[in-house]
Design a protein around this ligand. Structure first.
Ligand SMILES: C[S@@+](CC[C@H](N)C(=O)[O-])C[C@H]1O[C@@H](n2cnc3c(N)ncnc32)[C@H](O)[C@@H]1O
Length: 252
């Protein structure tokens, strides 16, 4: 896994995606062979996350799951942005063909309630490629306590575990792949200097007195802050301004 400079970065008011998450998600999908680079995104809205994958990752294809309730104009605008890209939109998980290829990356960002997040995560396990990664958005935002509970319930009930937690997303894999994702991710973060990530007590001499965060006994990497973008950074030369999250934007 290697973090690299992206051709397309999220920008503008339609792009609800922190560039740091774009860099990490691309790096994860690029560890798979080009023919296995299928993304499923539950909750597409303006398509920021899916566009970031399709425009950056060679060979990638994407399936969006989103009923766009009362948002026909937004849906049409999103579909126009996807034109020419390998993208299909479905109303629900039930329309997914199980016999088709499984997804190496699944982004859960649909209805932000406890039950919906739990059910979406369970559905994701059925469609996940061997060794794939599920990304759960808003897993610990104070304005979405239901997401935190749905996500936690899933982690407690299933053999899945986060290997990286950022301020907005939890990166989850099957427990048996935890060590390999933890190692890959640690190496990728070690080879760059703009995305801050935490080292913990016992991991080195200059580490702060903060104990290693363990979930079900498994260590999790933490990358909480924004990237330190600077003009000298090749990885992220510009830190694009993010729009303020405004739920009114969800209206058509
Ligand atoms: C926070 S937005 C998604 C943002 C998007 N992932 C991005 O990168 O810009 C939530 C989306 O969930 C969708 N949604 C609502 N109910 C849903 C459901 N039952 N299943 C899947 N998606 C749903 C909404 O239509 C909306 O587009």
């Amino acid at each position: 896994m290697k973090l690299r400079k992206l051709n397309h970065l999220p920008s503008g008011r339609d792009e609800w995606l922190i560039p740091k998450e774009a860099l990490i998600s691309v790096a994860i999908l690029e560890t798979f062979n080009p023919e296995s680079r299928l993304l499923i995104e539950c909750g597409v809205l303006n398509g920021a996350y899916t566009l970031n994958i399709l425009k950056n990752v060679l060979g990638s294809t994407a399936i969006g799951i989103d009923p766009f309730p009362n948002m026909s104009k937004l849906k049409a605008r999103m579909l126009a942005r996807m034109s020419g890209l390998k993208f299909d939109l479905l109303d629900s998980w039930n329309e997914l063909n199980l016999s088709k290829q499984k997804a190496s990356l699944i982004h859960i960002d649909g209805l932000h309630t406890e039950d919906a997040v739990y059910n979406d995560l369970v559905k994701a396990t059925i469609h996940l490629h061997e060794g794939g990664v599920i990304v759960c958005d808003d897993y610990c935002q104070s304005i979405f306590p239901g997401v935190a509970i749905g996500y936690s319930k899933f982690i407690l009930n299933f053999e899945y575990i986060p290997f990286l937690c950022t301020g907005s997303k939890a990166y989850i894999c099957e427990t048996r792949y935890h060590q390999s994702w933890l190692t890959r991710c640690t190496e990728a973060l070690s080879m760059q200097s703009i995305i801050p990530w935490a080292r913990h007590l016992g991991e080195g001499e200059d580490t702060p007195y903060v104990s290693m965060p363990l979930i079900k006994g498994y260590p999790t990497l933490l990358s909480w802050d924004y990237a330190r973008a600077s003009s000298t950074s090749d990885l992220l030369p510009v830190w694009p301004e993010q729009p303020p999250t405004n739920l009114i934007q969800l209206k058509d």
